[in-house]
Design a protein around this ligand. Structure first.
Ligand code: MN
Length: 187
């Protein structure tokens, strides 16, 4: 995908989001940004192929393996985006408050590079975040127009918790400790 779509959608003289560029080498970071745009959702991003592969998850992640959370793949974001917490001004693309809800590193459990799994439509990985830990799987369910719909599912391991509602239990920033309201006042 690359960053063309990301950059086309945004006016970098108006938004504080980074323009960024594709990197030659990939690290193994992940971030989940809580984004209060028109609707509250959680943007899950994995560093793969020099960019952040990105999914918008309306209900956010869950630690309960019985919960299958819809994850709509969206445009790749630059790796720098993982450090972005702040406010996208009114009238700009994605206008609203962005919080770094969780961040950390991942490792592939697919037995191969995750970029191969992305093409096949299934990736397994272990997260080592401040809030989320353990194995997860993302499975492609279908294409809807040009949108790729995936499901994010927690794997059964020592970090799985039945009936967990981690997004409500731990609502604040894993980066700054701030609440959505405190971040939105930064504008
Ligand atoms: Mn978003």
């Amino acid at each position: 995908m690359g960053l063309e779509e990301y950059q086309k959608k945004r006016n970098f003289s108006k938004t504080p989001e980074p323009r960024g560029e594709e990197r030659v080498e990939s690290g193994n970071s992940f971030v989940i940004q809580k984004h209060k745009a028109k609707r509250l959702h959680y943007d899950f991003r994995l560093e793969i192929d020099g960019v952040l592969k990105s999914w918008a998850i309306p209900k956010g992640p869950s630690l309960d393996p019985a919960e299958r959370r819809l994850a709509v793949q969206v445009e790749d974001h630059p790796v720098e985006y993982k450090d972005f917490e702040g406010v996208i001004p009114p009238g700009e693309y994605g206008a609203g408050t962005v919080m770094i809800w969780d961040f950390g590193t991942y490792e592939s459990l697919s037995g191969e590079d995750l970029s191969k799994g992305l093409e096949k439509g299934e990736i397994r990985f272990r997260l080592n975040g401040k809030k989320l830990k353990g194995g997860f799987v993302l499975v492609l369910t279908r294409y809807r127009g040009n949108k790729r719909n995936w499901l994010l599912i927690k794997e059964k391991d020592e970090y799985a918790r039945k009936g967990s509602n981690i997004t409500e239990e731990q609502p604040d920033s894993a980066y700054s400790g701030k609440s959505m309201e405190e971040i939105s006042r930064l504008m």
